[in-house]
Design a protein around this ligand. Structure first.
Ligand SMILES: Nc1ncnc2c1ncn2[C@@H]1O[C@H](COP(=O)(O)OP(=O)(O)O)[C@@H](O)[C@H]1O
Ligand SMILES: [Mg+2]
Length: 338
């Protein structure tokens, strides 16, 4: 719900142009006190960027206000605090998050989730820097830097009437957009290295695992990558992390790709039939008949045989014209834990 931290080092890892631009912008906006609106899919690093801005500014407390949890009758007192006896159960006075942020940064996380009535109240605080705790007659002041984040399209919410236009303009002074991981894959290797250093115990990825990570779409972005590394490290004492150690969504996409490749390879044999003279293209399209390294052909043949025999290694070995032990050895070699 809330965190107050001071000067805890945070590092934004990445070498893509997009990430370097973000780092540059963090430095730039930290100097002023303008409101910043961080936009991006879940897991792209919005919290991290908010903290980085605060740290670069180096002033006061950092208070996270998780707007998605501000529901129910107590939400107003969470934000603004309350006076003693303001309502049943309010035995003492309570300091609200807004007051705690005084002199520092208030980070409104998931701002798109803030209910409309609280949006109106927040707007007032941002305009007047004044608020009134629940059940109190006294106005209080709190002056803080505003950083907000959302994975929603706020402009659309404004059009729909679920987000106040005036509050949107107040918050959207400096927009910072964080790209999904799949649009900045140059960040993948440094991020993997970072998480392996953080969670691993000398763990390393096999080339196949690396390839699988590179080919994956990462719908959950950096958070999903972080979880992926954590999971692999947790189940494998290492040092090598294999494809079969990958979490199932990543593994499934590996299998789907293999099946696709095999279908393409099978399909391409049709192209290899000698075409009638008149049909000959002027220049054969290089991508239509891929020349594969022998080792890759072998790997695919094994996969195909196993698929054909429904995983029966004895029959598969027979079809491939090799002995059972040879097949076992090759399965190990290619990390095909089928
Ligand atoms: N560029 C990055 N470098 C290092 N860690 C990152 C980076 N981006 C995200 N992370 C990590 O990924 C996780 C998810 O990031 P977070 O900021 O919580 O995303 P969001 O708020 O956008 O959902 C966090 O543990 C965060 O530290
Ligand atoms: Mg977040």
């Amino acid at each position: 719900m809330r965190e107050t931290t001071r000067n805890q080092p945070v590092g934004i890892v990445g070498r893509s142009v997009k990430t370097r631009q973000v780092l540059h912008n963090v430095e730039k906006v930290a100097v002023g006190r303008w409101p910043v609106l961080i936009l991006g899919e879940t897991g792209t690093g919005k919290d991290l960027v908010a903290r980085s801005i605060h740290e670069a500014a180096g002033q006061g407390p950092f208070v996270t206000i998780d707007c998605s949890s501000l529901v129910g009758p107590l939400m107003e007192s969470e934000l603004f605090g309350h006076a003693r006896g303001a309502f049943t159960g309010a035995v003492g006075t309570k300091l609200g998050l807004i007051e705690m942020a005084n002199g520092g940064t208030a980070f409104f996380d998931e701002i798109g989730e803030l209910p409309l009535d609280l949006q109106a109240k927040l707007l007032r605080v941002l305009q007047e820097k004044e608020f009134r705790p629940v059940g109190s007659l006294q106005q209080k002041r709190s002056d803080f830097r505003v950083v907000a984040a959302t994975n929603r399209d706020l402009a659309k919410e404004v059009d729909r009437g679920t987000f106040r236009r005036d509050l949107y303009y107040r918050l959207n002074v400096v927009p910072l957009r964080l790209a999904p991981l799949r649009e900045r894959m140059e960040d993948l290797d440094p991020l993997i290295e970072h998480f392996l250093r953080l969670y691993g115990n000398g763990h390393l990825l096999t080339p196949e695992t690396q390839e699988a990570l590179r080919a994956y779409e990462w719908p959950g972005n950096v958070r999903e990558l972080e979880n992926c590394i954590q999971q692999m490290v947790a189940i494998n004492t290492g040092p090598m992390l294999h494809v079969h150690d990958l979490p199932s969504p990543v593994q499934n996409s590996v299998h789907a790709r293999r099946a696709h490749c095999m279908a393409a390879a099978v399909g391409s044999t049709a192209i290899m039939k000698p075409p009638a003279r008149a049909e000959l293209p002027e220049r054969p399209a290089a991508t239509e008949v891929p020349i594969l390294p022998l080792i890759e052909m072998e790997r695919r043949a094994i996969l195909q045989a196993l698929e054909y025999t429904n995983g029966d290694r004895g029959v598969a070995a027979h079809l491939l014209g090799i002995g059972r032990t040879t097949l076992y050895r090759k399965l190990k070699e290619y990390q095909l834990a089928v």
